[in-house]
Design a protein around this ligand. Structure first.
Ligand code: NAD
Ligand code: UDP
Length: 319
C-alpha cells in the first residue's frame, strides 16, 4: 500500500484530499497543528484503518516512521484575515515548513506536491493569468506575508528539483470553495453565506467591481490528483475560469439563499486584487483536466453544508 503524508489535513482542502487518497486505496498520514483547521473535518476518518494523524507544527523538524511515497504540503493559513492575524506563522509555514518537507521528501525519496496560489500573481496586470506571468506583488504590504511565502515556496521547491533531482509538483490554486470551509474565515463565500443564514446584510468590500473565479472543491481535488501523477514539474494553474464580479456574486447568493437583506459597502482591504481568472490551457494540455461543476451547482452543495451548522457555530465569532 502506497503511503502519503498530507499536511494541513484538518483544513478545508487537506481534509478533502485525505478523503480522496483514502478512497483511492492509499495509507494516509494527516498532519496539522490546528492553527486554522478543525478536528471536525477529519473526525470521520479517526477509526479508519488506513488513516493516522500526527498533531505537529511543520515548521518544527518532522519525523515520520517508515516509508513515504508522496507528500502533499497544504499546511498554511489561506484566508486574508487569517494571514493578517498570524503573519509570522504564515511566512514560517511557507518557508521553514516547506524546507522541512522538502528535506523529508529527499530523505524518503518521495514525490512532493506543494500548494501554491494565484496570489503569486498579486494584483495581476495580465488577464487571465498564465503560468508564465511573473506577477505584481507588493512585497511589504499586509498580504505580502502570504504571497511572498508562497513565492519562496515555489523557488525552494524548484531548487530541490534542480539541485537534488527531487520529484516535485507545484499547483497554483485559484479561489476554491465547498463544504468544510470555516464559516468565520472571512473569505467571501463563507462570509456571504453566514450573513445570509443569520439574516444580516451582505458586506461588499470596495465597490464590488473586483472579480474572482470560483472553483468547486471536487474539481480542484481532481486537478491536484492528476498533477501529482503527471510528469510535469513546473507550476500549473488549477481553477475555474468562470469569472464574476463580487457585486454580481452577492446578488447570486441572495437569490440562492432566498434572503431579502441588502448589501452594505465596506473599505476594500489593502492590495486586494482587482481581477483574477485562471488561464487553464496548460492544465487541459498536460493533465487533460478542466472543471465540471458550475457555480450554480457548487454553491447549492456548499449552502446545504452551511445549513447543517449548529446555531452555536453560526453565531461564533472569531474576528
Ligand atoms: P485551511 O486554513 O482550511 O487549511 C490549512 C490547514 O493548515 C489548517 O488545518 C491549519 O491548521 C494547517 N496549518 C497551518 N499552519 C500549520 C503548521 N505550521 N503546521 C501544521 N499545520 C498547519 O486552508 P485551505 O483553504 O484548506 O488551504 C490549504 C492550502 O491550499 C494552503 O496552503 C493554501 O495556501 C492553499 N490554497 C488554498 C486556496 C483556496 O481557495 N482554498 C487557494 C489558493 C491556495
Ligand atoms: N469580499 C467581500 N466581502 C466579504 C469578504 C470578501 O466583498 O465579506 C471580497 C474581497 O475583498 C475580495 C473577494 O471578496 O475582493 C474575495 O475575497 P476572499 O477573501 O474570498 O479571497 P481572495 O481575496 O483571497 O481572493
Amino acid at each position: 500500500m502506497k503511503r502519503v503524508l498530507i499536511t494541513g489535513a484538518a483544513g478545508f482542502l487537506g481534509s478533502h484530499l485525505c478523503d480522496r487518497f483514502i478512497n483511492e486505496g492509499f495509507h494516509v498520514i494527516g498532519m496539522d497543528n490546528f492553527i486554522t483547521g478543525d478536528k471536525k473535518n477529519i473526525a470521520h476518518l479517526n477509526n479508519h484503518p488506513n488513516f493516522e494523524f500526527i498533531e505537529h507544527d511543520v515548521t518544527e523538524f518532522i519525523k515520520i516512521e517508515g516509508d513515504l511515497d508522496y507528500i502533499l504540503h497544504f499546511a498554511s493559513p489561506a484566508s486574508p484575515i487569517d494571514y493578517l492575524k498570524i503573519p509570522i506563522q504564515t511566512l514560517k509555514v511557507g518557508s521553514l515548513g516547506t524546507h522541512n518537507l522538502l528535506g523529508l521528501a529527499k530523505d524518503k525519496n518521495a514525490r512532493i506536491l506543494i500548494a501554491s496560489t494565484s496570489e503569486v500573481y498579486g494584483d495581476p496586470l495580465v488577464h487571465p493569468q498564465t503560468e508564465d506571468y511573473y506577477g505584481n506583488v507588493n512585497t511589504i504590504g499586509p498580504r505580502g506575508v502570504y504571497d511572498e511565502a508562497k513565492r519562496f515556496q515555489e523557488s525552494i521547491t524548484m531548487a530541490y528539483h534542480r539541485f537534488h533531482g527531487l520529484e516535485t509538483r507545484i499547483v497554483r490554486i485559484f479561489n476554491t470553495y465547498g463544504p468544510r470551509m470555516r464559516l468565520n474565515d472571512g473569505r467571501v463565500i463563507p462570509a456571504f453565506m453566514g450573513q445570509a443564514l443569520r439574516g444580516e446584510d451582505l458586506t461588499i468590500f470596495g465597490d464590488g467591481s473586483q472579480t474572482r473565479s470560483f472553483c468547486y472543491v471536487d474539481d480542484q481535488v481532481e486537478g491536484i490528483y492528476r498533477l501529482l501523477f503527471s510528469d510535469y514539474a513546473y507550476p500549473v494553474n488549477i481553477g475555474n475560469p468562470h469569472e464574476i464580479s463580487i457585486k454580481e456574486f452577492a446578488e447570486e447568493i441572495m437569490k440562492l439563499t432566498a434572503t431579502h437583506q441588502k448589501v452594505v459597502y465596506k473599505d476594500l482591504p489593502v492590495d486586494d486584487p482587482m481581477q483574477r481568472q485562471p488561464d487553464i490551457s496548460l492544465a487541459k494540455k498536460v493533465l487533460n483536466w478542466q472543471p465540471n461543476i458550475g457555480r450554480e451547482e457548487g454553491m447549492k452543495l456548499t449552502f446545504e453544508y452551511f445549513k447543517t451548522l449548529s446555531q452555536d457555530e453560526l453565531y461564533k465569532s472569531e474576528h
